[in-house]
Design a protein around this ligand. Structure first.
Ligand code: COA
Ligand code: AMP
Length: 636
């Protein structure tokens, strides 16, 4: 528990980072303990704990079994979509992970090799991640809702030796077969793995080893049946633990690198200081292992802490109803839960008066944490009055891996202000800058930036591309990391995050790229040019809308137009994935542009959201915007 208050901890973390993080590092078991804490030899790239060595899996599993937690549940798989529940103790999970690590080693997987994991919310996904960590291999989990092209882009960039997949994921309305999507992705990718391992699920059996391929294909059970358990491999604190791809504005995803040492230290610190969770507590994060929230707070942080994590394979509503979260909390005696605001908006829509809530005993629940998108005041008010516990917003991103701003429940709980994720977390020097890079006064909006160095656990770079990291994040304002979010700080030092300043979309807490959707639309033979924007949506925060200009001479009237629009929607679903949720594409006469040809997406978005648009003086032809406005406006 905390020995300092917020002010003292924050000041020390910024003024004396070495002292602060050296102490935090004592809670991790090292093979070679750190002597260097912050390594600032190569700015603007910083590293933490250079020279120290450890194994993340050892810290997540072995040490807890050794210290007497072997019989404590480590992971509860609660799966309303299959009607099954399964509890794995720390000893069970360790046995499964070491055997699977042995199986991976038998395929030749070694320290530094990449392993792509394309799996839904099943225990084997967690086993796969930890088995990689055990061997010092680098996992890259790809969200199951992504289509082959997105999976292929990740395989191409990560160059995995092995790909692990499940035969299917289960959505409330359908079984999603993964193997055909994986086959299509491997056909597209110029990099081919050596082995593909498929976990067969009874809802869909995948054809394995029946195609003529250059790589070996095998069933998971077959591979594991004669594997010998493998031990932990010593890795450097600065060695990569995983790569997680995230969306930028262009179609090419960015490989966020996470190191071993800084990650373990920061996540362990966050669990009690931010989330108030101690060893032995039950913690429930409803997200997906394919997102950073899943990596950090379904898998690594709770296990590094010796807590019990609930792996929930279901939805907030429809599996079977809006009482699903309350059932999970009651049944497993959950102390705190974490999800995205969208999930609560969906519950509110289906059960506004909390009738289903009253059917469950949620007295174990002390706090709800929400992140992934802005927590709007209405949802905040509804959730806190319904549940009667603090509802705590926290703001961060894939790049940082853990919260930048939060109300630190274990360090020093503060009054909550609706619409604000509260204050900067120790380690993060948050500043709001104007376009010239000067800090703005309280209350004034600007670009939210983090003064370098960022704390342990944040990205050291992009996979194989220091240059892109520096160009994309560190060059706008030298000495700062650009978060891509805009916002302000109030007189009390509370941060307000108002949204992205770039064209990144946030649909139901899922980060998506306008660029990938535009590439899918542009690939249609009839399309001359296109734009995708995110418009405000009551349930999902944002929804994408597409606008296309057709090539000359193409008939867009009546049924022909209908057909093209349907084909365009399908293309995005097939190329990016169902999760893109693009349902509306309009065929328009022109797109508003600057004189240099840049499409004015922001202006379009403002009109679509019913705001007063900012029209730059550099607009090429203002009449294009006038003609487009009626289509853009809500209900247009
Ligand atoms: N694999 C395959 N398809 C998936 C998928 C997955 N893992 N996850 C979602 N999809 C599909 C859905 O089936 C849906 O397909 P459909 O068009 O055939 O209906 C589509 O992608 C959109 O899914 P989703 O965003 O889940 O929307 P929804 O309307 O089905 O459900 C919510 C709305 C609010 C219930 C849902 O978005 C939700 O649970 N949100 C929580 C967000 C969250 O956990 N974010 C993680 C970051 S913290
Ligand atoms: P991701 O990398 O997928 O976690 O998405 C990160 C982005 O989601 C951030 O840059 C924000 O735009 C948005 N986001 C995440 N959490 C919050 C929050 N608590 N408040 C406002 N926006 C958020």
């Amino acid at each position: 528990m905390a020995t300092q208050g917020y002010e003292a901890a924050y000041r020390e973390s910024i003024e004396h980072p070495d002292t602060f993080w050296r102490r935090a590092a004592e809670r991790i078991e090292w093979i070679t303990p750190p002597s260097t804490i912050l390594d600032d030899a190569n700015p603007p790239l910083y590293r933490w704990f250079t020279g120290a060595t450890l194994n993340t899996c050892f810290n997540a599993l072995d040490r807890h079994v050794r210290d007497g937690r072997g019989d404590q549940p480590a992971l509860i798989h609660d799966s309303p979509v299959t009607g099954t529940k399964q509890t794995l103790t720390y000893a069970d999970l360790l046995a499964r992970v070491s055997t699977f690590a042995g199986a991976l080693a038998s395929l030749g997987v070694e320290k530094g090799d990449r392993v792509v994991v394309y799996m839904p919310m099943v225990p084997e996904a967690v086993v796969a991640m930890l088995a990689c960590a055990r061997l010092g291999a680098v996992h890259s989990v790809v969200f199951g809702g992504f289509a082959p092209a997105e999976l292929a882009a990740r395989i191409e960039d990560a160059q995995p030796r092995v790909v692990l997949a499940a035969s299917c994921g289960i959505e409330p309305n359908r079984v999603v077969e993964y193997k055909p999507m994986l086959d299509a992705a491997l056909d597209r990718s110029s990099h081919k793995p050596e082995s593909v391992i498929v976990l067969q699920r009874e809802q869909a059996h995948a054809a394995v080893g029946e195609r003529d391929t250059d790589w070996e294909e095998m069933d998971w059970d077959e591979l594991v049946s004669d594997a010998e358990p493998a031990d932990c491999v010593e890795v450097a604190a600065t060695d990569p633990l995983y790569i997680l791809y995230t969306s930028g504005t262009t179609g090419r995803p960015k490989g966020i690198v996470r190191d071993n040492g800084g990650h373990a230290v920061a996540l362990r610190w966050s669990m009690d200081h931010i989330y108030g969770i101690d060893p032995g507590d039950v913690w429930f994060t409803a997200s997906d292992v394919g997102w950073v929230v899943g990596h950090s707070y379904i898998v690594y942080a709770p296990l590094l802490t010796g807590a019990t994590t609930v792996l929930y394979e279901g939805k907030p509503v429809g599996t079977p109803d809006a009482g699903a979260f309350w059932r999970v909390i009651a049944e497993h005696r959950v102390r705190a839960m974490f999800t995205a605001p969208t999930a609560y908006r969906a519950i509110k829509r289906d059960d506004p008066d909390g009738e289903l809530l009253r059917q469950h005993d949620i007295s174990s629940l002390e706090t709800v944490f929400l992140a992934g998108e802005r927590l709007d005041p209405d949802t905040y008010e509804w959730a806190s009055s319904m549940l009667g516990v603090p509802v705590v917003d926290n703001w961060w991103q894939t790049e940082t891996g853990w919260p930048i701003a939060a109300n630190l429940r274990g360090l020093e709980p503060m009054p909550i202000k609706a619409g604000s994720p509260s204050v900067p977390v120790p380690g993060y020097a948050v500043e709001i800058l104007d376009e010239t890079g000067s800090p703005v006064p309280a209350g004034q909006e600007g670009a939210i930036c983090l003064r370098l160095p960022m704390p342990p656990g944040t990205l050291p770079t992009l996979w194989g591309d220091d240059e892109r990291y520096v160009a994309g994040y560190l060059s706008a304002f030298p000495g700062y990391y650009l978060t891509g979010d805009g916002g302000f700080v109030d007189e009390d030092g509370y941060l307000y995050v108002m949204g992205r300043t770039d064209d990144v979309l946030n649909v139901a807490g899922h980060r998506l790229s306008t660029g990938s959707m535009e590439a899918a639309l542009a690939g249609h033979p009839d399309v001359a040019e296109c734009a995708v924007i995110g418009v405000a949506d009551e349930l999902k925060g944002q929804l994408p809308r597409g606008f296309v200009v057709l090539k000359g001479g193409i008939d867009a009237s009546g049924e022909a137009g209908e057909r093209i629009r349907a084909e365009l929607v399908k293309r995005v679903r097939d190329e990016v994935g169902a999760v893109a949720a693009l349902r509306q594409v309009d065929i328009v006469a022109g797109l508003p542009k600057t004189r240099s040809g840049k499409i004015l997406r922001r202006t379009m978005r403002e009109i679509a959201d019913g705001k007063t648009p900012t029209v730059p003086a550099t607009i090429e032809d203002a009449s294009v915007l006038d003609r487009l406005a009626p289509v853009l406006r809500p209900g247009g």
